[in-house]
Design a protein around this ligand. Structure first.
Ligand code: BG6
Length: 317
């Protein structure tokens, strides 16, 4: 591309094709060669690559690409619940349903569109969904890829019901890492967390960055809007910025649980780490006509750039 007045046509940067189940998938590209792929099955991002073509999200080699179950990897959307309580299925039904492309999405601000290639998706509950969760809503998801290769997800949930409802939510983000024992998370030190491995008991994190030597399944409460995942071996840092998402889930199944999951390789826990921007501890409540927005921005930068340059306590977006 010329360096002068070349204008990037974001429409040309979107390709819509079908996967082998006949479900549409959308590939977004930026002028530098980065890309992202999102499936209409669950509105799930299934790939995010940098300019060098390196995959940044983990997908299991044992993943099952057959609806209704969500694919093991990428970024499944957990809605209207995170986890497994009550009669709803684990992590809610949104990730298992077929979404549509939203041609008439209500506009977002200019900064959410300019210089980005993006796609707007929509999920509305079916009769069957309403039987398990009797609340009418419209869930709009914008997935966009910026000129610098960062991936942005904007979820908007609107209550189109006559009554208030509450939900919990997570962008269940499977990051690809070189080796879990070489990874640390910065930004969650000293926070309180609910430990799913101890019946959701509340603990307080110590002062050090989080490292991994066994199974972890936690919800960190009221986390800062910027969290960094440093992959020492690959010299890569993932910077996670969030807005409207107070909590951060950290999950690695480790050895035993990996073996128990049919769609996950026995040793694959070494190559992934889930770090999710989420709203779990205090469910979101929407009155009729109200809308909630939850934003996530993921970027991958060389580790030398971090962590002094990251303002972990500071701005989200
Ligand atoms: C995590 C949960 O975030 O997701 C775990 O805290 C769960 O308990 C994991 O095992 C994966 O869930 P699923 O439904 O995709 O297998």
């Amino acid at each position: 591309m010329g360096h002068s007045a070349a204008v990037w046509d974001s429409r040309a940067a979107i390709e819509i094709t079908k996967d082998w189940n006949g479900i549409e998938k959308v590939v977004l590209r930026n002028p530098q060669g980065a890309s992202a792929r999102v499936s209409l099955h669950g509105g799930q991002v299934t790939s995010w690559r940098n300019e060098q073509g390196e995959e940044l999200l983990f997908t299991s080699s044992k993943a099952i690409f057959k609806p209704p179950k969500a694919v093991r990897g990428g970024i499944p959307i957990c809605f209207p619940q995170f986890g497994n309580c009550g009669s709803l299925e684990q992590h809610g039904f949104a990730r298992n349903k077929i979404w549509t492309i939203d041609e008439n999405s209500p506009p977002l601000s200019l900064k959410d569109s300019q210089g980005k290639s993006f796609i707007d998706l929509l999920f509305k509950p079916s009769e069957e969904d309403l039987k398990c969760w009797p609340h009418s809503f419209e869930f709009r998801l914008r997935v966009s890829l910026a000129a610098d290769g960062s991936l942005n997800l904007i979820s908007r949930v609107r209550n189109v019901n006559g009554k208030p409802f509450s939900f919990s939510f997570a962008y269940h983000t499977y990051l690809s890492v070189s080796d879990i024992s070489e990874v640390r998370i910065e930004g969650l030190e000293t926070l309180d967390y609910l430990d799913n491995l101890c019946g959701k008991e509340r603990f307080t994190e110590q002062g050090d960055a989080i490292t991994f030597e066994s199974e972890v399944d936690r919800v960190y409460l009221s986390a800062p809007n910027v969290v960094a995942v440093l992959d020492h071996e690959r010299k890569r840092t993932y910077v996670i910025r969030k807005e409207g998402l107070p909590d951060v889930v950290v999950w690695n199944p480790w050895e035993k649980k990996s073996k128990a999951m049919a769609d996950f390789g026995d040793d694959e826990y070494k190559q992934m780490l889930c770090v999710d921007g989420a709203a779990i501890a205090k469910p979101v409540t929407l009155k009729p006509g109200e809308e909630w927005t939850g934003r996530l921005e993921l970027s991958a930068v060389p580790s030398t750039f971090c962590s002094e340059n990251l303002d972990l306590q500071g701005r989200g977006f």
